[in-house]
Design a protein. Structure first.
Lengths: 326, 326
């Protein structure tokens, strides 16, 4: 079978190659999956660069997310059928043709959800929902600010916030995104490099203040979000695409009683109960199916084209997810 | 009456002077206090420099803390007696001979508490108690790390932690403080500039990890505390004596699920209920009286000597509080 492999950490466009690996049979309690669609997420690229919170032993196959159909069942597996569409959770190595996974790690996808929607359910829709409704628990009528608002999670946050009456201020780098994000349901779209940014935010929210911030950029962008928060405000840092540290004025923390929290989806999956996870998937599936939590797809590549695919995924100008198929 | 005054924000040793001001009579619901003892706190010095969260209109009299005896009661004041020892809360301007304050802002001191102990009850003992037991809620057996461990709050944290079975790692700048802080009840005393600091901390706590950090320095020192925290760890920033920003690695926040909280005592007093405040003072008074929450006094100065007093208070080498008396 074809598998994307890397033997050293580094630039994804350089260290990845496609190899032929032998197919292994599923052991007791395991299934063999024919993987079909895998989104390229920032966390995959950070892992390949060796800059992620949990790193594989090398050589390894990348890929944390993806959907596949069950090819065969190992001894003793019940409740699953050959041909069924599933997503393996926390298994890793989705960027190959076939994957052996424990049946206990599979989330069954409902009929009616496409292979592409299923492949993108676990990371981005889950993150957006949890950040808004379980981590920050933003109340209707409150103001939330986020950077990288054009990312998949950013757009999902906009739509989920609009759906539950939360107001959003959305920071982007490119001015041409404004109308598109307003059409998604954004209340306000502002530009990262606008020297007047903090004043514009203050005028927008008035006495209400900004109660909540979501930072997936870190560096100067994330540091600036802290300055926009009202007393008692909270910021969750869940990404660091700038790869730069946060520089935090301690006076802002102290005198405005501000909190910063780090949050990692993988950690959430490790500690959440199976019923909590199942309930959340049930909540999300109709929202993916009706398009609320469906990301635009910028391009699709075959496994063999993985180097072009990761190069495309690292383009900041792209609009939508890059998928690996086949 | 004599009053310390400043007409512009700046170096305390330069902008402060002693003036003669007319005495005003207490209005309805007010009392006139003869102020007796005032500790010089870092927050006073930051205020005089114009670097605090709430600044007075100038010219102003500094001083957030201090004890006085009631000189006379305004119309309608009940429950207080001439000669009674009290501490005015959140009134400001304690660095003068007499102070008019609302009776509702007074905390009565119990008989048996000295004027000096009363003068130092509200800021440091209160901060130490709240940080340990209400903000961080550190459980017995857990490890807590703090910088500026030789400050008054730092020593109180050491003693309160020992009293409730919490282990402390105490970071100081001067090697000669080690034995003194161990005698206070510190488990471990380490040096800010030791290149081996992080390894020493890791060896000390082993698999337990450091669950809690208290930062009153910010800058490189506070930033380093974040690196010592185990997954799920929390840091409270309640001071910034380095006047430098915190530089936070977002990966540490995200992958170790770490939280940073700003905390300001003045804000706590503004939002706590009167019964909560009264209960806390009742808890603290015996701990001050028995010496657990009593700070060493480095030197005392008369109001007229305020410039020498603030110069002494800004010496990093002093050991104990500087008091203004008379």
């Amino acid at each position: 079978m074809r598998a994307v492999r890397f033997a050293s950490f580094g630039d994804p466009a350089k260290v990845l190659q496609v190899e032929d690996l032998p197919l292994t049979a599923p052991g007791p309690g395991q299934v063999l999956l024919r993987m079909l669609v895998r989104p390229i997420n920032p966390s995959d690229l950070f892992t390949i660069r060796g800059q992620y919170g949990r790193l594989p032993r090398l050589p390894a196959t990348p890929g944390m997310e993806g959907a596949g159909r069950i090819e065969s069942l190992g001894p003793g597996v019940r409740g699953f059928a050959v041909g069924q569409l599933v997503v393996p959770l926390g298994v890793g190595g989705t960027w190959q043709e076939y994957l052996v996974a424990n049946a206990s790690a599979l989330i069954p996808m409902p009929e009616g959800l496409s292979e592409r929607d299923a492949a993108m359910l676990v990371v981005n829709p889950t993150s957006a929902w949890l950040l808004l409704h379980e981590v920050l628990r933003v109340a209707p009528g409150a103001w939330l600010i986020q950077n990288a608002a054009n990312s998949a999670v950013g757009r999902f946050i906009i739509r989920l916030a609009r759906r539950s009456g939360v107001h959003t201020i959305n920071i982007v780098r490119r001015p041409n995104l404004r109308d598109e994000l307003l059409a998604e349901g954004a209340d306000v779209v502002l530009y990262e490099n606008d020297p007047d940014l903090l004043d514009q935010i203050a005028r927008t929210v008035g006495a209400h203040g900004v109660g909540y911030a979501l930072d997936s950029v870190a560096g100067a962008s994330g540091s600036r979000l802290v300055q926009t928060l009202r007393p008692g405000g909270q910021m969750v840092v869940f990404g660091a695409i700038s790869r730069q540290p946060l520089t935090i004025d301690p006076s802002a923390l102290i005198f405005r009683n501000i909190s910063l929290h780090g949050w990692w989806l993988a950690q959430w999956f490790q500690t959440a109960s199976p019923t909590h996870i199942a309930d959340l998937m049930a909540t999300l599936q109709p929202l993916v199916a009706d398009g609320t939590l469906r990301a635009p797809i910028a391009a699709e590549y075959n496994l063999e084209e993985v180097q072009q695919a990761v190069a495309a995924a690292e383009q900041s100008e792209r609009n939508g997810k890059i998928l690996l198929v086949g």
